[in-house]
Design a protein. Sequence first.
Lengths: 113, 112
Amino acid sequence: DQQVKQNSPSLSVQEGRISILNCDYTNSMFDYFLWYKKYPAEGPTFLISISSIKDKNEDGRFTVFLNKSAKHLSLHIVPSQPGDSAVYFCAASGGNAGNMLTFGGGTRLMVKP
Amino acid sequence: SQTIHQWPATLVQPVGSPLSLECTVEGTSNPNLYWYRQAAGRGLQLLFYSVGIGQISSEVPQNLSASRPQDRQFILSSKKLLLSDSGFYLCAWSINRDLGYTFGSGTRLTVV
C-alpha cells in the first residue's frame, strides 16, 4: 500500500517555463512534507518542505503547495533551468510514523534548453 | 557541521559473495540511521532503520542485514549476494523531522 504516490514517472519542460511536479498521499495523519532532488549516482538532497499548518512555502524559484482536503501537494519550479533536470521525490511524515519519512516513487524532470 | 560518509562508491561482486557497506556520521549524536535501496528506474525502498546502538528494524525481509555497533556507524551486510541485490544503496541520518533526512552519496552495487 503506497501511502505517498507520484503518478507521473517523468516530465519534460522547456527551459524558462514552469515545471509542476505532483504528489498525492493517503494517510491523513501526515503533517509534514518534503521534496528531495536526486542526480544520478548521488544521494538525494533536501529541496523544500511544508508543514500542514501552511498551504504554501516559497524558496526562490521553488514553491510547494499543499491541499490538505485533497491530500495533494505540488512543487512548482519557475523558471525551469537545465540544471533542474533530476529525479524529484516527495516525502511525508507524521502520525504513527513519527519522524520516519515515507517517499513517493519519484518523478524524472527533464528541462530542455 | 554534520557530515555523512558512505563507502565504497561502486562495487562489483559475484553472486554468492559477502557484502559489507559502511556508513558513518560526524557532527551529531544519537541520530536515527537508515539504509535505502534504489533499484534501476525505481523509487527509494527503506531497508533498515535504527534509533540507537544495537537497535535495528527491518522493513523488508530479504537477503540483507544491518548492524549499528557504534552510535554513528551503520553497516549493511549480506552473507551471500543475489543478482537481485544489485542497486544503488543509500545511507541517511536524521535528528528531527524539521531537518528531514541527510543522505550519503550512495554505493552502486552490481552483482554479477
